[in-house]
Design a protein around this ligand. Structure first.
Ligand code: PXL
Length: 284
């Protein structure tokens, strides 16, 4: 393992409204991971705001990855994609990196929508094509909306019983991914994440805040990626990410800021620094 694990992060850069790269960069850095951004689009604000500019970077992406041909990565974390054309470019990048380094792992956050709706720039074709990327991933982290879009299971709200969530995860596994984490499953006053790996489902939940903030999926996937890149097991990484999300959402709720601005993770970022992970404890 490299002293500083190296992660390629394929995601958009949104100038305002915490999400995607403006979350992944600080989170992975503070967790002791080198993050190499591959921007898919530049937006003035994320798509949850009424007005935003959107610059699609598809045309430059194949060359961008070609110039990385000599590099290898411990993890690839793929998030918001800007166009249908990006799917095949990203898929090729996954394949070339896996061929170069069989230990390279892929975390795919299939960013497509929330609360039963697709994000405004996500066409049905783009959602359908996301299944191709899921088949290449070691871990996928859909919320319930995204899990339904990927599997064709009808969306019935943010609340699922354990058995329903497990059945949804089993459907996701048929896409060919190595493991699935379904995020944001509401059960009364808790919110949980279901980890499905090695044929077994495990549920971890935390206290739920009443408000839905944008960017929480990006924050979860970023912390998860940081912990995995540092060598944590999947279930341990899910718990670390869930606990941090719980702290950050409670803090944000107290500050009473607009939901579209996202979660106020900055004052709590330092809590992610200096962590010792399971595999590192054994080495001591
Ligand atoms: O948080 C997911 C996300 C990422 N990137 C962009 C978005 C959103 C959600 O709205 O608009 C640009």
């Amino acid at each position: 393992m490299r002293t500083v694990p190296r992660v390629a992060c394929i995601n958009d850069l949104s100038g305002y409204g915490r999400c995607s790269l403006t979350i992944a960069l600080p989170v992975l850095s503070v967790m002791g991971v080198q993050v190499c951004p591959a921007p898919t689009a530049v937006l003035s604000m994320h798509t949850g705001f009424p007005q935003f500019t959107f610059t699609d970077l598809t045309d430059g992406m194949a060359d961008y990855f070609a110039s990385w041909a000599e590099l290898d990565f411990d993890w690839i974390y793929s998030g918001f994609l800007g166009s249908l054309g990006q799917i095949s470019i990203v898929k090729r990048f996954f394949e070339t990196q896996k061929a170069k380094n069989p230990d390279c792992r892929i975390l795919l956050d299939p960013v497509m929508g929330d609360e039963g709706k697709r994000y405004s720039t996500y066409t049905q074709e783009l959602c359908d094509a996301m299944r191709e990327l899921a088949s290449e991933a070691d871990v996928i982290t859909p919320n319930i909306t995204e899990a339904c879009l990927l599997t064709g299971v009808p969306y019935r709200g943010e609340s699922l019983h354990h058995a329903e969530a497990e059945a949804l995860a089993e459907q996701l596994m048929t896409l060919g991914c190595g493991a699935a984490v379904i995020t944001g499953i509401v059960q009364e006053n808790t919110i949980g994440n279901l980890t499905y790996a090695d044929g077994t489902a495990a549920f971890d939940s935390v206290h739920r805040t009443e408000c839905l903030f944008s960017g929480t999926g990006d924050l979860f996937a970023s912390v998860l990626c940081g912990a995995l890149a540092r060598g944590a097991g999947l279930r341990a990484a899910v718990r670390i990410a869930g606990a941090f999300l719980s702290d950050v959402t409670q803090y944000t709720l107290r500050e009473n800021t607009p939901a579209a601005e996202g979660v106020l993770f900055e004052p709590l970022l330092r809590n992610l620094g200096g962590m010792i992970y399971e595999n590192e404890k054994q080495r001591k």
